[in-house]
Ligand binder design. Structure first.
Ligand SMILES: *[C@@H]1O[C@H](CO)[C@@H](O)[C@H](O)[C@H]1NC(C)=O
Ligand SMILES: *[C@@H]1O[C@H](CO)[C@@H](O)[C@H](O)[C@H]1NC(C)=O
Ligand SMILES: *[C@@H]1O[C@H](CO)[C@@H](O)[C@H](O)[C@H]1NC(C)=O
Length: 408
């Protein structure tokens, strides 16, 4: 095992030294890649690992290229840690157990949709990770806002919430998220799984609201898209082999096509991350509500160390990043949060955690704390409390951003 891990790290260092000093330039509002220091052969090799030969290719209504690949041939299986991994088909099943012949025989030819990774996606994601600060347990930059329970030694097996969806445009070098973080480990060695809605031309090529997921580790090894000399090691979506896609309907990059209209109607999406009791895999589920949410896929327990058993913290919030340092993006619906009319604010409702026996429990607003930005006129966050039926534990957040926020 130790031997395997060492060779795994060396392999990663080799693979990941490819894109170090490349960056994307923007020409006429479109991204184009600087050819200077890239190793074309290596990038092509990485793309071949990530983009498996599809059984079928679909172009979605919004123009995304989705490759349907054999569920057993997806990129995760190129990760040496997952060499002997057995696929778990849903959060409650036991891998390898065939209780239902109909299901097991029909799953032989099952395919899953995976958004095709382009060369620009890879280069940009790397550049993005290099420029953004890692999230640490107790030292986080001003770009992050979140609420969390602060209870010593509490163990979490997941978190869930409904988050409102808004349609705002961010600039090409800006990224914003609404998300939950599931974290564990001491500050210098934090593991996290993150899921939520992201607007990021650098990660997705446009500024639409899309589903994202990532896993990261603050030390310098462990991920396909790591790079030298920086603290943050991370991987978005399917850009490195790790996440196992199960859903045939929803995958990372999924575009949320219904957005809230200020003062008129709110649309939201329910996201849950929970640890499977039978396998220790960390599952992502998504839907319009807790009752209708469906599993998307999971991060296998083999990817983690301390994180295998439980998380020490679940944070609910988001971050705003602008690489140019000139201006930060408007977030949420672009207005400061308020508690009078929820059709005029960005919110998270039904904020819950998963307890040690796998039950969903409402967060107690009285044991929650918020981490606000340095300038409350840029972004803010407020706990609304327990609002009862349909809402439960709720918070409101985000704001207009702008130039003054970048200078702070
Ligand atoms: C197997 O699954 C099929 C389809 O979901 C279902 O109709 C059938 O009752 C299941 N059989 C058993 C033995 O669980
Ligand atoms: C978002 O707004 C833009 C510009 O107003 C519009 O073209 C687009 O259709 C909207 N998208 C969604 C998902 O509502
Ligand atoms: C976990 O939550 C469920 C309700 O969702 C509850 O029935 C169960 O007792 C809780 N378990 C523990 C260990 O608190």
């Amino acid at each position: 095992m130790r031997y395997l891990q060492i060779s795994f790290i060396i392999f990663y260092v080799l693979i990941s030294s490819i894109l170090i000093s490349s960056a994307t330039h923007y020409v006429d509002g479109k991204r184009s890649i600087s050819k200077t220091e890239e190793d074309d052969i290596e990038i092509e090799r990485q793309l071949r690992v990530l983009n498996k030969k599809p059984v079928k290719t679909i172009i979605t209504k919004v123009g995304d290229i989705m490759d349907c690949v054999d569920i057993y041939m997806q990129p995760a299986f190129d990760n040496p840690l997952l060499k002997d991994h057995k696929i778990q088909m849903n959060p409650n099943s036991v891998p390898g157990e065939t209780t239902n012949k109909t299901i097991s025989s029909s799953s032989i030819f099952r395919t899953v949709p995976i958004r095709r990774t382009t060369r620009a996606d890879l280069v940009d994601a790397k550049h993005f990770l290099k420029k953004t600060r890692p999230i640490h347990a107790n030292d986080m930059g001003g770009d992050y806002l979140y609420a969390e329970e602060v209870i010593q030694d509490k163990r979490y097996l997941g978190g869930a919430t409904s988050m409102s969806i808004h349609n705002l445009t961010v600039d090409l070098d800006q990224t914003s998220t609404s998300q939950i973080w599931i974290m564990n480990g001491p500050p210098e060695e934090v593991y996290s799984v993150e899921v939520g809605i992201m607007k990021s031309p650098m990660i997705f090529g446009d500024s639409h609201s899309r589903l994202f997921g990532s896993w990261s580790h603050s030390r310098l090894f462990g991920s396909w898209t790591s790079y030298n000399g920086a603290q943050r090691i991370g991987c978005f979506n399917m850009m490195c082999p790790g996440f196992i896609q199960i859903s045939s309907a929803v995958s990372f990059g999924h575009e949320f096509t219904q957005s809230s209209i200020y003062g008129q109607i709110s649309y939201d999406v329910y996201l849950m991350v929970s640890r499977s009791q039978s396998t220790g895999n960390w599952w992502l589920s998504m839907g319009s509500s807790a009752e209708t949410s469906e599993p998307v896929g999971y991060w296998p327990s083999e990817l983690f160390t301390q994180f295998k058993i439980s998380a020490s913290s679940v944070k609910y919030g988001g971050y705003a990043v602008a690489l140019s340092q000139e201006s930060t993006p408007p977030l949420g619906n672009g207005y400061l949060p308020q508690l009078d009319d929820y059709k005029m604010t960005a919110f998270m409702s039904k904020m819950q955690f998963v307890n040690e026996t796998g039950g969903l429990v409402d967060l107690n607003p009285h044991s929650m704390q918020t981490k606000r930005g340095p300038l409350p006129q840029c972004y803010d966050i407020k706990i609304a409390g327990q609002l009862g039926e349909g809402w439960f534990t709720t918070m409101v957040y985000w704001g207009p951003g702008g130039m003054v926020c970048a200078l702070s």
